[in-house]
Each structure stands twice: as structure tokens, then as C-alpha cells.
Write a protein that binds this ligand. Structure first.
Ligand code: C2E
Ligand code: CA
Ligand code: CA
Ligand code: CA
Length: 275
């Protein structure tokens, strides 16, 4: 205030710059969706903690723009949600997964289920179930080859409606994982009512293994509860052999992380894991 107009103008300029950047990025994302260029998926394996056998694959969205370079999905997924682009983006990504699975099947491979992340708007979109059903039919996919990951916050205020949608997904043979488990507002009172199959422990707990007694206590509690509820447990973000070994103390079925593999382009995943 003391500096008068200049200070105000500086602040407002930097806001403009940021706003301008988002607008430019929105235009770029729109172009990418129109042309289909620069958007694709990488695939990260989930393996059995004890044997290392491939059990499932997570599809992670990737976007590289000619002027922005690689943009993190942590940025462009929320951007797509804010700008109404999430629906076309979602359809493109799901179709990409279905096409990929069909191509692996056609080459005589036996793919494992591929998990797709669902944002709030994707999960609550009225066409979700019909779209997935249509993909299964169009690409002649065996039941259960698509699975889904979502965070608890998505389900928070409309639990009964959420259960209906989750049941419809389960009826299609889809596994459903609660992503980033332990970080959100866990409503333990209704967790047992949700027709989900898997708890995916957030990587922050895995990365504090051996360093933070508190996070080990939470890990023990979550895995114990999951076992009681007959839910599969995945630990994500496993980066070191020490973390993998530490996880053996707990009831963790699957692990995922850089120790096993980074997210890979489809062909690399295929060569290393499916061939
Ligand atoms: P997420 O679903 O929790 O995905 C896990 C993130 O951790 C991914 O980041 C993955 O690349 C990264 N990761 C995997 N292993 C390790 C590890 O060992 N160490 C560390 N430090 N990180 C690891 P990514 O690909 O940048 O995705 C970020 C987030 O963006 C995802 O978090 C997910 O919430 C969202 N996202 C990604 N793809 C999609 C998509 O297709 N649809 C939707 N709705 N969201 C997506
Ligand atoms: Ca995920
Ligand atoms: Ca996660
Ligand atoms: Ca996350």
C-alpha cells in the first residue's frame, strides 16, 4: 500500500501472466484433443510383492505440447476439469486403453487388467457406465480387463449414488481401487459398504518407511483393516529394495514404483512384461 500504484501493478501483472499461461495451455490442450497429437498413455506395472509376477497395469496420461513441453497430469487433468475438456480427454484416453488391449489380444498376448484413473467429473458423468460398456463391446474385451482408480474425496458427499455407480462397474467385472488411501478424509464408517476391491496406500507412507514410526503405525492399521474387509492392498511409490523388504511385514499384495519400473510407453511395457 505504501508503494502505491507500482506495487499494485506489479502484483496484477504477475497474476495476468499466470492467467495468460493457463489460457494458452487451455488452447494448447484443446488443439491436442482436436488433432490427437501429443496426448498418450504410459503404463506402469503392478507386481506381486513376493514373486514379482505382473498382476495389473496402471495407465497414466502423458501430454507433450510443442511449446509447453511435457506437462504433468497433475496440472493438465485439473485444467481439463476446470475447462470442460475432461470429457473428451477421458474418452480419448479410455479409447486408447481399449485399442491397446485389443492390439495385445490380437497379437496373441495375455494382457492383465489395465487401471484407468477417474477424476471426479469422470466418475460422476452420466454416460460413464454406458461408455465403458460400449468400449467392451466395440473392442470385444473380455470382462475384467478394465479397472479403475479413484480417490475417496470423489465419493464423499453422495455415498448412496456412488455405491450405485461402483456396483455397476463391478457388474462389468471391473476391479476398483481407492487411490492415495490414507491421505484424504477417510470415512471408515462407510468403507465396508463400498463395493471396491482394492486399497492403494499412498506413496507418502511407503516413502517414510524406516524413517517415521507414525507412518508405519498407519501402514499396519490400513493393511490390517484391508485384510479384515477382504480388500487387496497395493503399495505405490516403492523406490528401494529396503522399502520392498519392509513391506513384507505387512499384508501388502501388490507393489508398484520405480524399483519395479517407471511408467513405460506401450511397446516397452509389452516387450518387458507381456512378450
Ligand atoms: P496417481 O494416480 O496417484 O499416480 C501415481 C503417480 O506417481 C504417477 O505420477 C506416477 O508416475 C508416480 N509414480 C509411480 N511410481 C513412483 C515412484 O516409485 N516414486 C515416485 N515418486 N512417483 C511414482 P503422474 O503420472 O505424474 O500422475 C500424477 C497424477 O495425475 C496421478 O496420481 C493421477 O491422480 C493423475 N492422473 C494421471 N493420469 C491420469 C488419467 O489418465 N486420468 C486422471 N483422471 N488422472 C490421471
Ligand atoms: Ca492412480
Ligand atoms: Ca496414487
Ligand atoms: Ca496421487
Amino acid at each position: 500500500k505504501q508503494e502505491g500504484r507500482n506495487a499494485y501493478r506489479l502484483f496484477s501483472t504477475s497474476l495476468d501472466v499466470r492467467e495468460h499461461r493457463w489460457l494458452a495451455m487451455e488452447t494448447a490442450l484443446r488443439n491436442a484433443l482436436d488433432t490427437g497429437l501429443g496426448l498418450n498413455l504410459h503404463y506402469q506395472p503392478l507386481v506381486a510383492r513376493d514373486t514379482g509376477r505382473l498382476v495389473s497395469i496402471e495407465a497414466l496420461a502423458r501430454w507433450t505440447d510443442p511449446s509447453f513441453g511435457p506437462v504433468s497430469p497433475g496440472d493438465f487433468i485439473p485444467l481439463a476439469e476446470r475447462t470442460g475438456l475432461i470429457q473428451p480427454l477421458s474418452q480419448l484416453l479410455m479409447r486408447t486403453v481399449a485399442t491397446q488391449l485389443r492390439s495385445w489380444l490380437d497379437s496373441g498376448l495375455t494382457p492383465v487388467p489395465v487401471a484407468v484413473n477417474l477424476s471426479a467429473q469422470q466418475f460422476w458423468h452420466q454416460d460413464l457406465i454406458a461408455d465403458i460398456q460400449a468400449l467392451y463391446q466395440e473392442y470385444r474385451l473380455p470382462a475384467g480387463l478394465l479397472s479403475f482408480e479413484l480417490t475417496e474425496s470423489i465419493l464423499l458427499d453422495k455415498q448412496q449414488q456412488a455405491i450405485t455407480i461402483l456396483n455397476a462397474l463391478r457388474q462389468l467385472g471391473c476391479q476398483i481401487a481407492m487411490d492415495d488411501f490414507g491421505t484424504g478424509y477417510s470415512s471408515l464408517s462407510y468403507l465396508h459398504q463400498l463395493p471396491i476391491t482394492t486399497l492403494k496406500i499412498d506413496q507418502s507412507f511407503v516413502q517414510q518407511l524406516g524413517e517415521n514410526q507414525g507412518s508405519e503405525t498407519i501402514l499396519a492399521a490400513i493393511t490390517g483393516m484391508a485384510q479384515g474387509l477382504k480388500l487387496k492392498v497395493v503399495a505405490e511409490g516403492v523406490e528401494t529394495q529396503a522399502q520392498r523388504e519392509a513391506l513384507a511385514k505387512y499384508h501388502v499384495d501388490l507393489i508398484q514404483g520405480y524399483l519395479i519400473s517407471r511408467p513405460l510407453p506401450a511397446d516397452t511395457l509389452r516387450a518387458r512384461y507381456l512378450a
